[in-house]
Design a protein around this ligand. Structure first.
Ligand code: GDG
Length: 458
């Protein structure tokens, strides 16, 4: 028996969050927005985990999308999700900025869960369907699915960086992962560098021959590796921030912060790859040296809770909260704290209002696949004000060349750039922002999805 879906997304998570006990809400975020219309046009389905351990649900429809839940036991959440995905692959693929855990028990769980996803996809896909597998949690799915269903077209997109060979070679299961990905017809990366790292590794580790970005397998099949930089829904954000209640909220936020001269903003999942420590260190030193005074500047750091049971994340949270407390304690005055720190997540509109309220957007990851926050900020600044300070190590730096680019490891450089961004004259900000907006407007998430799918189907 073959399934009926001619277009299938396979991702670790379903694109919905639970509200209350029985209700669902579409998750925020570009991927869902970009893919939902394609799914509606093509009788598509989305396969993924609901986010709750031990839950077995039948397929259901929500918001015009057909959703197929894949269950995970609480042991699998610990070993496959928190373990191999987020304590092994995540740090390994991000320059080993934290030590990866190599454990055979975690690997076994990863393989078992990938196998379950592949079987579920094989059951759901119609003859000749297009199946698009997402991200590092499911790198074995392409080859597992191909064995079960050689008739389907398989695409894979990696949202995080693909590391250089020198680092990837640490992984005891490096051959298995490469072979897993080679089950796809098209493997997409955020940056050209990721694609070439992958091609080179396949040549070296598997002895396959390659011509540019095409990998030729012994069985005559060709796999293409290519960069498709992901983006945001520019139009939607651009419209949202023109609404009067969002503009009013932005003003109100500034007032609530005490109308400082400079509002700096960071919006990140509380992750050690995002360079939150580095940017706060630079900011704190500006106060220590008297280059900034309490009341003159406020740094709003939104640190969204994430992976809270993984040890490295518990440690990071403690570090950052200590650091914030120290800076506020040493350099603040009553009613004038240099940092407003929030370990919370906010609604879309509040986030947009924050972007509009910020003079300087600080995006300083030590390594990042793309970083959508940088592009969202740009999409929200139709007033052509605001400066984007952006790490060279974010994928977004390839495209957003008119940002204030920084090396987050260079504290002095970062301090200089933050000051330059705060003191830049309006015409300079306008010149940069206009060029940034042109890029994001013409390369939005819709274009990303279309280009990937067109290449996959050609
Ligand atoms: C991975 C890659 C790549 C954050 N806090 C709130 C909130 N967010 C939203 C942001 C943005 C998204 O979450 C974060 O996306 P990023 O791209 O910045 O980072 P990752 O989560 O690490 O994403 C990354 C991405 O995949 C896509 O391929 O760019 O490199 O690591 O959209 O706005 N949204 C709301 N409230 C919050 O408090 N509503």
């Amino acid at each position: 028996m073959r399934g009926t879906s001619s277009f299938l997304i396979v991702a670790n998570r379903l694109p919905v969050d639970r509200v209350g006990e029985k209700q669902w809400r579409r998750s925020p975020g570009g991927l869902v927005t970009a893919i939902a219309p394609v799914m509606q046009r093509r009788d598509g389905a989305w396969l993924g985990w609901t986010g709750a351990a031990g839950e077995e649900l039948k397929p259901f429809d929500h918001d015009g999308m057909h959703l197929i839940p894949v269950p995970l036991s609480s042991m699998e959440v610990e070993f496959y999700y928190e373990g191999f995905s987020n304590a092994t692959l995540w740090p390994l693929y991000h320059d080993v900025v934290a030590p990866p855990i190599y454990s055979r028990v975690l690997w076994d769980a990863y393989r078992a869960v990938n196998d379950r996803f592949a079987r579920a996809a094989a059951d759901a896909a119609a003859p000749g369907a297009v199946v698009w597998v997402q991200d590092y949690q499911l790198q074995l799915v392409p080859s597992m699915l191909r064995k079960l269903r050689p008739d389907v077209k398989i695409g894979f997109f990696l949202h995080i960086p693909f590391p250089p060979g020198e680092l990837f070679m640490q992984l005891p299961w490096r051959v298995e992962l490469l072979e897993g990905l080679l089950g796809a017809d098209l493997v997409g990366f955020q940056r050209p560098g990721g694609a070439s790292n992958f091609v080179r590794l396949c040549r070296k580790m598997l002895g396959v021959s390659t011509v540019k970005n095409d990998i030729q397998l012994d069985n005559g099949r060709t796999v293409r590796a290519e960069a498709y930089p992901i983006s945001v829904d520019f139009g939607e954000l651009d419209q949202l921030v023109r609404e009067s209640h969002v503009m009013a909220r932005a003003k109100e936020i500034r007032a609530e912060l005490g109308d400082p001269e400079h509002v700096l903003l960071g919006v990140d999942r509380l992750d050690y790859t995002k360079g939150i420590r580095a940017r706060l260190k630079a900011y704190g030193e500006l106060f220590a040296e008297g280059r900034l005074k309490p009341g003159e500047a406020v740094f709003v750091q939104v640190a969204t809770p994430t992976r809270e049971r993984v040890e490295e994340y518990i440690r990071l949270r403690n570090d950052i909260e200590l650091q914030v407390g120290r800076i506020n304690g040493e350099y603040g005055e009553i009613g004038r704290a240099p940092i407003t720190y929030m370990h919370q997540s906010f609604g879309r509109e509040e986030l947009a209002a924050l972007y509009c309220a910020a003079d300087v957007m600080m995006v300083t990851p030590l390594r990042d696949g793309m970083n959508l926050v940088a592009k969202e900020y740009v999409a929200c600044r139709h007033d052509l004000r605001g400066a984007l300070v952006l790490s060279e190590f974010a994928g977004a730096a390839d495209e957003l060349k008119q940002a204030y680019l920084v090396n987050p490891y260079d504290v002095d450089g970062m301090k200089r750039t933050m000051m330059a961004a705060m003191q830049a004259p309006p015409h300079e900000l306008g010149r940069r922002m206009r060029s940034l907006r042109r890029r994001v407007a013409t390369h939005d998430v819709d274009r990303w999805a279309n280009e990937f799918l067109t290449a996959l189907e050609s």
